[in-house]
Design a protein around this ligand. Structure first.
Ligand SMILES: Cc1cc2nc3c(=O)[nH]c(=O)nc-3n(C[C@H](O)[C@H](O)[C@H](O)COP(=O)(O)OP(=O)(O)OC[C@H]3O[C@@H](n4cnc5c(N)ncnc54)[C@H](O)[C@@H]3O)c2cc1C
Length: 95
């Protein structure tokens, strides 16, 4: 039986303190709408970039970041409503 009382962003990344990347008090890495950090060549997506800590939010942020890196004008727009539980790639098709 696994009982979880919460999760924290894993933002204590070796070497990150030598960059301009900034974190919030809770440990989330601060990003702009394209998921670019204060260090222009470093992007952050997924759990480490803020709540909600969900797989589909991470995937969407990743697409936005890649499009931004490719020079497109993509912006991550948080939606007021989203599923709080969805199949992850690993669980899809199982059972
Ligand atoms: C038990 C559980 C159930 C969940 N169920 C759902 C669900 O049903 N639906 C849903 O949408 N979300 C669910 N989630 C949340 C979902 O798993 C996460 O939101 C999602 O995996 C975040 O993706 P990520 O890429 O940000 O982080 P991760 O998937 O955690 O990937 C981060 C990767 O970075 C690696 N890493 C860490 N530190 C370093 C380092 N210093 N150097 C190199 N690599 C490093 C890690 O090993 C890991 O592979 C669940 C989470 C848990 C814990």
């Amino acid at each position: 039986v696994l009982v979880a009382v919460g999760r924290r962003p894993n933002s204590k990344i070796p070497g990150l303190d030598t960059t301009r990347v900034a974190s919030t008090r809770k440990g989330f890495i601060e990003t702009d709408g394209q998921r670019r950090t204060a260090e222009p060549t470093i992007f952050a997506i997924g759990d480490v970039a803020g709540e909600p800590m969900l797989a589909h939010k991470a995937s969407h942020e990743a697409r936005v970041a890649v499009e931004a890196i490719a020079g497109h004008k993509a912006v991550f727009e948080p939606r007021p409503f989203r599923p709080s539980c969805s199949p992850t790639p690993r669980s899809r098709g199982a059972g």
